[in-house]
Write a protein that binds this ligand. Structure first.
Ligand code: DGL
Length: 241
């Protein structure tokens, strides 16, 4: 079984990509909406939270874990990889992809405070810095997306992003943000989007091959830490082709 988790519904954007490429496996998706948002939490607290999620998923029988959350990946992946003896795949903001595809374009990186202030992100940024990049902490945005608060999201984007009109590349450094691509386009125009889900998918494929992971069944189990049926419905709606 393959375990995937995020602070809520956001990781579904990663899971959708995975399902498209690797449909015939058993998956369990853990949406930790009880602890949402992760983006402003202290590292110690976030490590504790993600440790208990991974432990739970391992007890359920997961043999690979995907951290479908940029914040948890940046802050917790080293700890979790040291502690657990199974492959742990971690997403990261797709800043390297900008370097590969449109290096010189004016770039806006949107992510949580936790991600942008992490040493992991700083390393990535210093390595691929195109000297034409704005880093922007979207405090509160993931929360609005989690709560599907359409009107507030529009207001937020209008207030926070309109000064960045003219950027070419937008790195969606939080797994919740791909859910509002259309809204971002309304404010910023026809930009190129970059997100880390393709990279995660490639890594997962490699791990499956390397560890010869086979599956007799294909299934999707959804667990929400606040037992929200509404989240479950939204999750499966987003997964629909
Ligand atoms: N979806 C998460 C991320 O990729 C976390 C958002 C949050 O809970 O603040 O960073």
């Amino acid at each position: 079984m393959i375990g995937i988790f995020d602070s809520g519904i956001g990781g579904v954007t990663v899971f959708k990509e995975i399902l498209g490429e690797l449909p015939n496996y058993e998956y369990v998706y853990y949406s930790d909406s009880k602890n949402n948002p992760y983006g402003d939490k202290f590292s110690d607290e976030l490590i504790k939270i993600t440790d208990s999620i991974v432990s739970y998923l391992v007890q359920m029988g997961c043999c690979v874990i995907v951290i479908a959350c940029n914040t948890a990946s940046a802050i917790c992946k080293d700890y979790l990889r040291r502690k657990y003896d199974i492959p742990i795949i971690a997403i990261e903001p797709a800043y390297k992809m900008v370097n590969d595809i449109n290096k010189d374009g004016k770039t806006l990186v949107l992510a949580t405070k936790g991600t942008l202030q992490s040493s992991k992100f700083k390393c990535l940024y210093n390595k691929y810095d195109n000297h034409n990049t704005i880093l922007y902490e979207c405090v509160g945005l993931a929360d609005l997306i989690e709560n599907d608060n359409d009107e507030e999201i529009d207001k937020y984007l209008d207030n926070h992003l309109k000064d960045f009109k003219g950027v070419e590349n937008v790195v969606l450094g939080c797994t919740h943000y791909p859910l509002i691509k259309d809204k971002i386009k309304k404010v910023l125009g026809d930009v190129l989007f970059f997100d880390g889900s393709k990279g995660v998918c490639l890594q997962l494929k490699k791990i499956i091959q390397k560890n010869n992971i086979k599956s007799t069944n294909s299934s999707i189990t959804f667990i929400d830490s606040s037992l929200s049926e509404e989240k479950e419905k939204r999750f499966f709606d987003i997964l629909k082709p």
